[in-house]
Design a protein around this ligand. Structure first.
Ligand SMILES: Cc1cc2nc3c(=O)[nH]c(=O)nc-3n(C[C@H](O)[C@H](O)[C@H](O)COP(=O)(O)OP(=O)(O)OC[C@H]3O[C@@H](n4cnc5c(N)ncnc54)[C@H](O)[C@@H]3O)c2cc1C
Length: 412
């Protein structure tokens, strides 16, 4: 193994951490640089749906004890995305949900039933951070890089410091600074959709919502304006902090009750301008009022939410393109493939990219391939499957919530 190889990872989201865990398992040196000053500076949402991409990544990159913790804290859902009627909130159709992985690759129960998980994002991120404490540098906002040789690159941070490595990976999310320099041709665009997210107590959903809201991957209802209500549960088999204790792991997971995330969204024009400066409680009121004319239980369901848990998202999507000028700088996750959450696949792709890139970098460290060839192979593969998913997400987003089509770029 080449001893002087070092991978610089910019960003400690789900993608960057999956790569780091992969490198840790194969003994390839790396350092992570994160702009936030602690792991939990900003709320990044609540529930995540994980499909075969992410579940396979967990099995590949995490140590067995962390895999056990993941298993104990994930809700293993029924494999459906279900459609509710806005006038009744009753489920009228359950659609089998799958990604582009074949049956042979997707984890299944043994009888062929595909496995899906709904997880708490903060819990998953904490699990992925575990064991990386000595390699992660918080408060390091990446500013720019300079390529010094084909296996040497220097990253500069806004605090005036710098770091040198063999290659640099931009895992810095939808507004990636690495992407701006590495691939200025890769743009993102406004998807035209605003969504308000909040957390509902599972008990309230049990009383007011359809029973599938606590069983299926996700439920969605939309009206003639394509204003939608989405519901997605996280029912912990074991509460996260208890699971860590029971497994004898020295990992501090936050105590959390099971919950259901609710999303009320639609085209920007349905949201009053005031939502941009609204408090959480005001956002909750706006969300409930948007579905006031629906069934008797729809708006009340939103009102049962934790009034401090609501936040708004203005959705963006990547615009498919090529990644030219091969270099010892590459991208992963939202930095290259951001999308609207219509398929619930962004995190899954970010984690799959992390595992894939980890495999290629292991080959470089083991002398089985050159850095240039392995990065080129990684990029060819992830660009193909990644933009396919971005296109699919945009098309489903267009059908379900009136997302602006990708061929209608207005502000890329
Ligand atoms: C509300 C919501 C719900 C979602 N639901 C789902 C779902 O159910 N299933 C699913 O698969 N996906 C879902 N997604 C998408 C998913 O969250 C993203 O695709 C995923 O988090 C991308 O991971 P990432 O590591 O690429 O980027 P991020 O998670 O965005 O991480 C990027 C990291 O880089 C850091 N960073 C940024 N700039 C710099 C800089 N200049 N210097 C240093 N560090 C920097 C950030 O602080 C952050 O820690 C959802 C997204 C949202 C917003």
């Amino acid at each position: 193994m080449s001893t002087d190889m070092k991978v610089l990872i910019i960003g400690s989201g789900l993608g960057g951490l999956s790569l780091a865990q992969s490198l840790r398992r194969s003994g390839v040196p790396f350092e992570i640089y994160e702009r936030d000053s602690t792991p939990f500076d900003r709320s990044q949402g609540y529930r995540l749906h994980l499909d075969g991409d992410a579940i396979n990544t967990v099995g590949e990159v995490l140590t067995p004890d962390l895999q056990a913790l993941f298993k104990e804290t994930s809700q293993w859902t029924e494999p459906y995305t279900s459609i509710m009627m806005p006038k009744s909130l009753r489920v009228v159709k359950r659609l089998l949900t799958k990604d582009d992985l074949g049956q042979g690759v997707w984890p299944n129960t043994g009888d062929g039933t595909l496995i899906h998980a709904n997880v708490d994002r903060a819990t998953l991120r904490r699990i992925l951070l575990s064991g990386l404490e000595d390699s992660i540098h918080f408060g390091k906002k990446f500013e720019r890089y300079k390529i010094l040789a084909e296996d040497k690159v220097i990253a500069h941070f806004v605090d005036g410091t710098s770091a040198t490595g063999s290659c640099l990976v931009g895992a810095d999310g939808v507004n990636s600074h690495v992407r701006v320099q590495r691939a200025p041709n890769l743009a993102t665009m406004d998807a035209g959709i605003t969504a308000i997210y909040g957390r509902l107590p599972a008990k309230a959903v049990q009383e007011l919502g359809p029973k599938e809201a606590l069983e299926d991957i996700f439920l969605i209802a939309s009206d003639e304006r394509k204003v939608f209500l989405g519901l997605g549960s996280v029912i912990f088999p074991t509460s996260p902090h208890e699971a860590a204790n029971e497994l004898g792991l020295d990992i501090e997971l936050h105590p959390r009750e099971s919950y259901v995330v609710c999303i009320v969204g639609g085209r920007h024009e349905f949201f009053p301008e005031a939502h941009r400066k609204a408090t959480s409680a005001e956002l909750q009121t706006i969300a409930a009022s948007l579905i006031e004319g629906w069934s008797d239980n729809a708006a009340p369901l939103v009102r049962t939410g934790d009034s401090e848990s609501f936040f708004a998202v203005h959705m963006r999507t990547s615009v498919p393109n090529t990644l030219d000028r091969p270099a010892n700088v590459t991208l992963l996750g939202d930095a290259v493939h951001s999308m609207t959450p219509s398929l619930g696949r962004g995190a899954n792709l970010a984690m799959r990219h992390g595992a894939l890139l980890g495999r290629h970098l292991k080959r470089v460290a083991g002398g089985q391939g050159s850095l240039a060839n392995e990065l080129a192979a990684y990029e060819a593969s992830m660009l193909e499957y990644g933009f396919k998913v971005v296109r699919e997400a945009a098309e489903i987003g267009r059908q379900r919530m009136d997302q602006i089509p990708l061929d209608n770029v207005v502000d890329a």
